[in-house]
Design a protein around this ligand. Structure first.
Ligand code: GLN
Length: 309
């Protein structure tokens, strides 16, 4: 039977079409072959509302490599497990440097600026490896539970590629180990980090899984308290200041929503007390953020007046 699109779905379709009509710009990530070979012209968007409904347009049900968007899942797990001790190992300041920069880490004695640059996410991975007997399966059951989708899996091609081209992340990890800010074996921390980056999810999955960030820690579709209201506040604050790499300031300026991007072309934006938007398209701008993803989220936020400011 034909389902009449809701107004929100029509709006998403309109914005998706505008994005597809733009002149092509950007290139997909090519630091690993497994990402370079993905069709760069795919484009999708999902909006998960707090009432549990999800509106979608385009390729919103195609699983893609979530890459750095996964840093949110790792961080939530570490915050739950470590409490305030975590903030002795990683700070909550924007970095002003590229996500894989190494110089600042030396100056600051192996304490990463925030959990969303690679060094910070590797510290987070280290705490998970140290606190769980099987951190990778704990991560997967956490993510599958949040998205309410048992089919979510790790892309083994991407995982192997990440490990083979991981020298820079290894350098970050060894530097931090030299400052005693990695407890586990460096290889185990890196293995968890690469695994986490290699999760495939669709826009629908990502938007649904992070509803609790828009709802004071309570997952809208299950009613489960995932984290405290205070932690939801803190996560949104770090997303706002550090989630969009070196374009975080501009994103706050133009859009005004806590958000996280990944080099797979995904962007998730939290709209407190409203819902979660996830957009995906592989071509990236100079900062490593999805060109069409940025366009669609910016348009949607403007049209619906979603800025938190
Ligand atoms: N796997 C990538 C890396 O570690 C993730 C980076 C990203 O999405 N910013 O370099």
């Amino acid at each position: 039977t034909f389902k009449r699109p809701t107004n929100q779905e029509l709006l998403l379709q309109e914005i998706l079409q505008e994005a597809l009509d733009l002149p092509l710009s950007g290139e997909s990530a090519n630091y690993i072959p497994a990402l370079a070979s993905i069709n760069p012209n795919q484009c999708g968007i999902a909006l998960a509302n707090l009432d549990g409904e999800v509106h979608v347009a385009g390729d919103a049900d195609v699983p893609f490599s979530i890459q750095s968007v996964s840093k949110i899942f790792g961080l939530v797990m570490a915050m739950l497990r470590m409490g305030d001790d975590l903030w002795r190992r990683v700070r909550m300041e924007p970095s002003g440097h590229a996500f894989n920069s190494i110089v600042q880490l030396e100056w600051e004695h192996g304490i990463p600026r925030n959990p969303f640059i690679n060094a910070g996410a590797i510290v987070v991975a280290d705490t998970l490896v140290s606190h769980y007997s099987a951190s990778k399966s704990a991560l997967m059951s956490f993510v599958r539970g949040l998205a309410d989708n048992q089919d979510i899996h790790v892309n083994q091609d991407i995982f192997q590629s990440e490990k083979m081209h991981g020298s820079r992340n290894a350098a970050l990890a060894y530097l931090m180990k030299s400052f005693a800010n990695i407890d586990a074996d460096v290889n185990d921390a890196l293995d968890h980090y690469f695994y986490q980056c290699s999760i495939d999810m669709s826009c629908r999955d990502v938007a649904r899984s992070l509803g609790f960030l828009a709802n004071r820690g309570v997952q809208p579709h299950s009613g489960d308290q995932i984290c405290s209201r205070r932690d939801a506040h803190r996560l949104n604050a770090i997303l706002q200041t550090s989630g969009m790499y070196d374009q975080s300031g501009e994103f706050a300026f133009e859009v005004g929503l806590p958000a996280k991007s990944g080099v797979g072309g995904g962007i998730v934006a939290v709209v407190p007390n409203y819902g979660v938007i996830c957009a995906w398209s592989p071509r990236l701008n100079q900062y490593g953020n999805s060109c069409l993803g940025m366009y669609m989220i910016t348009r949607l936020a403007k049209k619906l007046g979603l800025s938190v400011y």
